[in-house]
Design a protein around this ligand. Sequence first.
Ligand code: GLU
Length: 462
Amino acid sequence: MAVVVRFAPSPTGVLHIGSVRTALFNWLYARHNGGKFLLRIEDTDKLRSTEENAQSILRILKWLQLDWDGEPVIQSSCVERHKEVAHNLVKEGRAYFCNCSPEELALKKEAAIKDGKSYKYDGKCRENTTNYIEGKSVIRLRSDLTGATTLNDLVQGGIITENSQLDDLVLLRSDGTPTYMLSVVVDDHDMDITHVIRGDDHLTNTFRQIQIYQACGWNIPNFGHIPLIYGPDGAKLSKRHGAASAQDYIDLGYLSEAIFNYLLRLGWSHGDEEIIGRKDAVEWFDICDVGQSPARFDMAKLQNLNAHYMKARDNDSILECMKPFLKRELSDIQAQRIIRGMDSLKARAKTLVDLAESSLIYVTEPDGFDEGCVKYLMPENIDLLKDMIEIIQNSESIQQDSLLESAKSLANKNGVKLVEVAQALRSALCGRLVSPSVFEIIEILGKDETIHRIRRFISMDM
Ligand code: GLU
């Protein structure tokens, strides 16, 4: 059987990182099996769905290179079909028109709560398959209330639910609009979905949806419900934990391959492998290997993966990824300097935000100085800096190894440690005490810019 899966996000808000993982697992399952990965935008909640959210979902899937097959299905364009299915079910006696008013149902619900019982529709209209009142009737499924429904979930294993726990769910509302339960089943059927892989928050819906499949006489797809993502404190991952939407992680400066690898490893593993690229992921992934326990988001792990993938990218491409974070245009000289210094900058950065921040040393003179730099404006340090200016001025070419040697002799001559000379230079050139090797920075900045920055620092009044 050819595998056909789908990702079915609702464009009612920004795309949660957990939904991205659902998309990833579906995509991997399709690609691993040589099947299809379809996309369906579930935009039937017209009040909360926006085109902007839908576009951003497509953009994020593209960013992660989770390419879908064919055109996305827009659920709102299938509404007539959903209605038709509901009315056909009434004709076949598998559903009925319910004319109970909301007030009547509310009273019954209240009474059930008072008696300490859970409320279920009492089936009053179960035999009504003819009296349809426009604007008032809803269509309810005539559920099978006896026996049990068994789900052999690909992730959660076998789960049995007594049908007596269910009630006659609404398929079509009184305003004629289909409910989520109906739409999702009809669309999955019409799209020939073979495997429904989604978050385990949909698990209880699945038992209701199976009843709709049965009433329609359709094949029931396989289901795999993946655990949701939780924060380090055990609560469902939300903005409160710092970042929850896919866009948050893009804005924090993570590369798509790091997010891909991180989400893949969250709840799924292949031996001890931590670094897993797209090709191996496709080869190794199976939905049955996804764990049942909730996945906890570990920011430090994501950062380490990101650092790894930043190092793995070539310097030109990482510069392109970093540019949006610099928030300024680069001249050719600035870009070339960054590229030359990139290996050392990358070695210290965990995110593109860090990298952009530390690259600024090759873009502008410091626009401020850290507190620790002030010390290097003491007269003895100023003398060291002046000597360094002279050394640099008199060198034919400035090359980091020979600069290091000269700085060592200067330190010796003055009875100070090399680090003192280096930190004085770092203060002058970078405005901070942490950076890649200062001699590498001098080599990259060149004579004129280096001397300009040292002179500027010396003349500061701090
Ligand atoms: N649109 C639903 C959601 O975003 C997903 C439905 C499904 O996967 O069946 O939660």
